[in-house]
Design a binder for this molecule. Structure first.
Ligand SMILES: [Ca+2]
Ligand SMILES: [Ca+2]
Length: 721
């Protein structure tokens, strides 16, 4: 009849948040956090993940159906346990004690479950009953003390069964009265905004990150192949593309290495290099992908080249180096503003985002390149890569391109008036309503004053160089009645940032609060921002995104710091959102990392976001991921250890007890490797990998001379892109 009460362990509780089933692990975390007094104000489940909205109706613990820590199967288990216990009661017992027993058992479903079962003091046994407020506890004890031995196998609690309630209730007391049951339900502060994204006092959205990759040289793009393998392909500006597997490891051999053709330099802010990568929408069938890079043509003319390539028949994780088919080349009149985005729209056509050519103020020709529809610079181009044109072109122009019949206009132009769109993305649409599906969002980098986010429409004139953001840049062109331009959905001034990096609309599964938020950033200031559409007036409202609260991000594997220079955003095959950043933005510097966004306020219900990657044969060695960023929990642990050491140093009397309390859990903490697993990882840990540095050594050597020389030549960094 007596069952083991296991509120904090057991494989059935195994959430992705805690890949290792470990009561000790929990104990240690609780100790460190409890020690720091940081557990408060932080909804958290017993598996240390954020609470969630159950996928299905909870029949038993229905108080926690809207938001909490139980899914339907957990609810069923609790109900079964309840009925087992109630078997021991007669009718009157049912009447008097049924409610108490249900309440107590259901606390595992509370969004504050981690606090209710708190084990702050490692000297005492783990709580296996929730913290009860004294009035409630006394009432329970006086009416139903015979139930105690049925609810717990804790000897001390069982021992207090027959005694007066004071001892029992003392054992179940929580230091913070707001958090005991049932006060925790009544506290407005704890219950309003439950499950809603946390904000700081300035209204800044509180998100956290996991580190996914590091050691990359200016990672400019991360894309997936849409083939069900859930691999992601990360391109470095120098021209090397790496394959990452769903277990977090990286293949030692690159997917593609075009270092010898790609034109770039180590100058900070050099905008030339390997800039874009996109897989064919039918990649699964045709193995084709597309690349966008800077190179030198005849007579050393700088140009951008867009090519098609195929994957090697011998190895699905390698490009066939002989397969390159050049689709388009455009001469670049200056080294900056080279665009670089490639993507496929829902229409199956390839969209190419070029820059205005460079220098400042779009000086080329009568009125610049961007407003000149005969030039391919400063444009969004749309082409059909699935056929050759009639005029020896390596692509076909879709018949419904907007300017096909306009004399003098290049037929590939889809939209114009673009300065240097840096990162564009297609919205997958709301997972249920599909609202927003197919929209293309871009960040267009500004000249002197404004950075903007645009929604790309067919035939649209995005204003440059007549306008920068909402304001006139070239007054004469700006006041031309035929300008008919499309304004940005959002623009910000240079006090906020000086080079926008376009992002993605979040449509993933793991962080449901983020659905519909367009998340982007600024390369120069390192700011992360989000836009949300007001569906009534179609206006976009900006919210800042903040990281860095150790309180909010105190979950296993989460970090709250990142490298400042935000180069690009990315979406994995499942729709989760990432960004690519570096601490030193030189194309040769191996200081780039990839981070994944995590909402600490609410996760998806367990089991909802599972997917099974299509297995892919690998020939190359797998290099395990080794994180370099410190997790929030590790930082807290260090602080706690410091505080404990300081305390033992200052108080000789306490040395013994401190030793007992601080060292014991520390020595029992699982290796930091285990702790550092990111929440999204289903099974295998992401472990140490030298990152691409290992391969890089050789390349760096050969480049060293060039690097030093060019660095000297051009110390002055330019603001990029
Ligand atoms: Ca250029
Ligand atoms: Ca514009």
């Amino acid at each position: 009849m007596l069952r083991k009460t296991v509120p904090r362990s057991g494989p059935s509780w195994q959430a992705p948040w805690l890949p290792v089933s470990s009561g000790i692990f929990c104990l240690c975390l609780t100790f460190f956090l409890g020690h720091m007094g940081l557990l408060q104000g932080h909804p958290q489940c017993l598996d240390y993940g954020p609470p969630f909205q159950p996928h299905m109706h909870l029949e038993f613990c229905s108080d926690y159906e809207a938001f909490g820590c139980c899914d339907q199967s957990k609810d069923h288990r609790i109900a079964a346990r309840y009925w087992d216990i109630m078997d021991c009661f007669d009718l009157k017992g049912h009447e008097v004690c049924g409610g108490y027993i249900k309440d107590i058992l259901c606390q595992e479903c509370s969004p504050y479950a981690a606090h209710l079962y708190d084990a702050e003091n490692p000297q005492t046994p783990l709580r296996n009953l929730p913290g009860l407020c004294s009035d409630y506890c006394s009432a329970f004890h006086s009416n139903c003390h015979s139930a105690i031995s049925l609810l717990t196998n804790d000897r001390r609690l069982q021992g207090s069964q027959g005694k007066d309630g004071a001892h029992f209730c003392h054992l179940l007391n929580l230091p913070d009265k707001d958090y005991c049951f049932p006060n925790v339900l009544r506290n407005d502060h704890l219950n309003h905004n439950l499950g809603v994204m946390a904000k700081d006092q300035q209204g800044c959205l509180q998100l956290c990150l996991t580190e996914v990759a590091n050691g990359l040289r200016n990672p400019v793009s991360m894309v997936h192949a849409g083939d069900g393998t859930h691999r992601f392909f990360v391109a470095e500006q120098v021209g090397v593309v790496w394959v990452y597997l769903p277990d977090g490891s990286r293949l030692e051999q690159p997917f593609l290495d075009l270092k010898s053709i790609v034109l770039t330099t180590p100058w900070i802010g050099d905008e030339r290099g390997f800039l874009g990568l996109a897989f064919h929408p039918k990649f699964r069938c045709n193995q084709k992908f597309y690349i966008y890079y800077s190179c030198l043509g005849k007579k050393k003319v700088e140009k951008i080249r867009i090519s098609e390539m195929k994957v090697s028949q011998a190895d699905p994780n390698k490009a066939d180096p002989k397969s390159e088919r050049v689709i388009l080349e455009i001469d670049e009149p200056a080294s900056n503003h080279n665009g670089g985005q490639l993507l496929f729209g829902l229409d199956g056509y390839m969209y190419i985002f070029t820059g205005d050519g460079g220098q400042g103020g779009d000086p080329f020709g009568k009125f610049g390149n961007a407003q000149n529809k005969s030039s391919l610079l400063g444009k969004v181009l749309r082409i059909d890569v699935n056929g050759a044109g009639s005029d020896s072109k390596r692509y076909r122009v879709p018949q419904d391109n907007p300017f096909v019949s306009e004399p003098g206009a290049h037929p590939a132009v889809y939209a114009f008036g673009v300065r240097n769109m840096w990162r564009c993305a297609v919205d997958r649409g709301d997972p249920i309503t599909h609202q927003g599906r197919g929209r293309i969002f871009c960040g267009d980098v500004g000249q002197n004053k404004f950075e903007e986010i645009d929604l790309i429409v067919k035939g649209g004139n995005y204003g440059w160089r007549a306008k920068e953001g909402f304001e006139c840049y070239d007054k004469k062109l700006c006041h031309n009645a035929s300008l008919n331009d499309i304004l940005p959905i959002y623009a910000y001034g240079h006090a906020v940032g000086k080079s926008v990096t376009g992002g993605f609309v979040y449509r993933g599964c793991e962080s449901p609060n983020l659905n519909g938020l367009y998340i982007f950033g600024d390369f120069m200031s390192g700011r992360l921002m989000a836009l949300q559409e007001d569906k009534k007036n179609k206006k976009w409202k900006k919210q800042d995104i903040c990281l860095g609260s150790t309180d909010t991000c105190a979950f296993p594997g989460l970090i709250s710091t990142y490298s400042k220079f935000i180069i690009s955003f990315a979406e994995d095959e499942a729709g989760e959102l990432y960004f690519l950043a570096t601490s030193y933005p030189s194309a040769y510097a191996p200081h780039g990392s990839i981070y994944k966004f995590v909402d600490p306020s609410r996760r998806a219900p367990p089991g909802k976001c599972k997917y099974k990657p299509v297995p892919v044969k690998t020939r190359s060695k797998r290099i395990q991921f080794r994180p370099i960023a410190k997790t929030v929990l590790n930082l807290l642990k260090e602080q706690a250890e410091k505080a404990a050491n300081a305390a033992s140093a200052s108080s000789p009397d306490r040395v013994l007890s401190q030793k007992g309390s601080s060292k014991k859990p520390a020595s029992r903490t699982p290796s930091s490797r285990k702790m550092l697993r990111r929440p999204g990882t289903k099974k295998k840990a992401r472990m140490w990998s030298p990152g691409p540095q290992g391969k890089r050594k050789k390349g760096r050597k050969t480049h060293r001379g060039r690097v030093a020389a060019s660095a000297q030549r051009r110390r002055a960094g330019r603001s990029l892109p």
